[in-house]
Design a protein around this ligand. Structure first.
Ligand code: AMP
Ligand code: GLY
Length: 415
């Protein structure tokens, strides 16, 4: 089978690795990909839909897999489907689950998915007046896509008021959500969906804050672990029943079948699990730890999902553990510096440990940083201890001036 994979981050590198291990794969083309993926497939250096579409017509493509949120929100899946291709990735209308938080909130309310209480505002002034009269801090969210940076978890009323101003000044912040703050451990629940059925990938946890001890600003994510002790396969299935299946059903009923990876961001509160957000795609960097823990053929799973025929037996959760440490550039997340040379000592890499590329680029043959999250150090092990040890051994093989990474990824699972 010839697969076209769209994207260029660590998530897509992990997807490319999983697809490349399928005996059914004949050719993998990645548009645009990154230097780390070059050994897994052919890189197509095009990033706009019109040119990709023209290229696709000259090929026999069996499956298109779309990684990032921006092309999904822009309707790329609809374009390829209209041209007759099997696509793993939701339509523009189904992707609104992520591209409009108020749309997601309304659906959750309609079908009874537990979520944080919220109010929606179209002006900063109204939102601030509400906060002043309530005299309580809120979680402030931009309605639209903001690359993981449209959320401020405020600790005080003043901080909430400032956050409203900040969010209102971003392009994604034309509509502002004020949300009740929830407390409890976070879980990323991601399921492969074929429009009707959902199959949970191994449970995982991201670490959103920049610094150890969950301090510092929110980022796209600084590291992930999988699976979580508290969430085995049957618990994950129950969570899917409560938080994903009702959404699939309502979208299906409105002719917006969700085909792709549906990601429910959960907080396990003392009153049970509640959804804080949906993403209409695989998580980055959850994918980096979930996919290596799926036994079976990922290409077949994505292909059958794209055809609306996902089978529960295609993949199984392995009994190993995985950890991913994100290596960020100097200045991430506010002002990530680009162009710093990267050296990876491949000879010292541990068995069961490897590097995935995210924001990297080759300039005159030299690998350099080209984004905020630069590399992912992945470790696989028989348990979380060994997975984490291996992942940090991988970090030790990386040299990048000013690199930032957390030292406490996964610690809560070891207590
Ligand atoms: P999001 O971009 O919606 O994933 O939010 C980023 C991060 O903000 C989440 O991973 C949580 O750590 C935090 N967050 C979002 N909503 C809430 C909430 N209602 N209560 C507490 N923390 C939240
Ligand atoms: N890891 C968080 C995200 O993909 O949005």
């Amino acid at each position: 089978m010839h697969v076209l994979l769209i994207g260029s981050g660590g998530r897509e590198h992990a997807l490319a690795k999983a697809l490349a291990s399928s005996p059914r794969l004949s050719t993998l083309t990645i548009a645009p990909g990154n230097p780390g993926m070059a050994s897994l497939g052919e890189l197509l250096p095009i990033s706009d839909i019109d040119h990709i579409r023209v290229w696709v017509r000259t090929q026999h493509i069996d499956l298109v897999v779309i990684g990032p949120e921006a092309p999904l929100a822009a309707g790329w899946a609809d374009v390829f489907r209209a041209d007759g291709y099997a696509v793993f990735g939701p339509s523009k209308s189904a992707a609104r689950l992520e591209s409009s938080k108020s749309f997601a909130k309304q659906l959750m309310q309609r079908v009874g998915v537990p979520t944080a209480a919220f109010r929606s505002f179209t002006s900063a002034k109204e939102a601030q007046a509400f906060v002043r009269s309530a005299n309580t801090p809120y979680v402030v969210k931009a309605d639209g896509l903001a690359a993981g940076k449209g959320v401020v978890v405020a600790d005080s009323v003043d901080e909430t008021l400032d956050a409203i101003q900040l969010v209102a000044n971003t392009p994604a912040g034309q509509q502002i959500l004020l949300e009740e703050r929830l407390y409890g451990p976070e879980v990323s629940l991601i399921a492969l969906c074929d429009g009707v059925h959902a199959w949970p990938l191994p449970s995982s946890r991201d670490h959103k804050r920049l610094l150890d001890g969950d301090e510092g600003p929110n980022t796209g994510g600084m590291g992930t672990i999988s699976p979580l002790r508290a969430i085995n396969y049957s618990t994950a299935q129950e969570l899917v029943q409560r938080t994903i299946t009702p959404i699939l059903n309502v979208l299906q009923a409105h002719n917006m079948p969700f085909i792709g990876a549906l990601y429910a961001g959960l907080i396990l509160t003392e009153h049970g699990p509640k959804v804080i957000e949906y993403n209409a795609r695989f998580g980055d960097s959850e994918t980096q730890v979930m996919l290596p823990l799926c036994d079976g053929d990922m290409l077949i799973a994505l292909y059958t999902a794209a055809l609306g025929q996902l089978n529960d037996d295609t993949l199984q959760w392995s009994n190993r553990a995985a950890a991913c440490i994100v290596v960020g550039s100097y200045g991430y997340p506010n002002l990530p510096r680009r162009g710093d040379p990267i050296t990876i000592n491949t000879e010292r890499l541990p068995t069961d440990g490897y590097v995935l590329h995210a924001g990297t680029q080759l300039v005159n043959g030299q690998l350099v940083s080209a984004g905020g999250r630069v590399l992912n150090a992945v470790g696989i092990g028989t348990d979380m201890h060994s997975a984490l040890r291996t992942a940090y051994e991988v970090v030790d093989c990386i040299q990048l001036h000013g690199m930032q990474y957390r030292l406490d990824i996964g610690q809560t699972e070891l207590l």
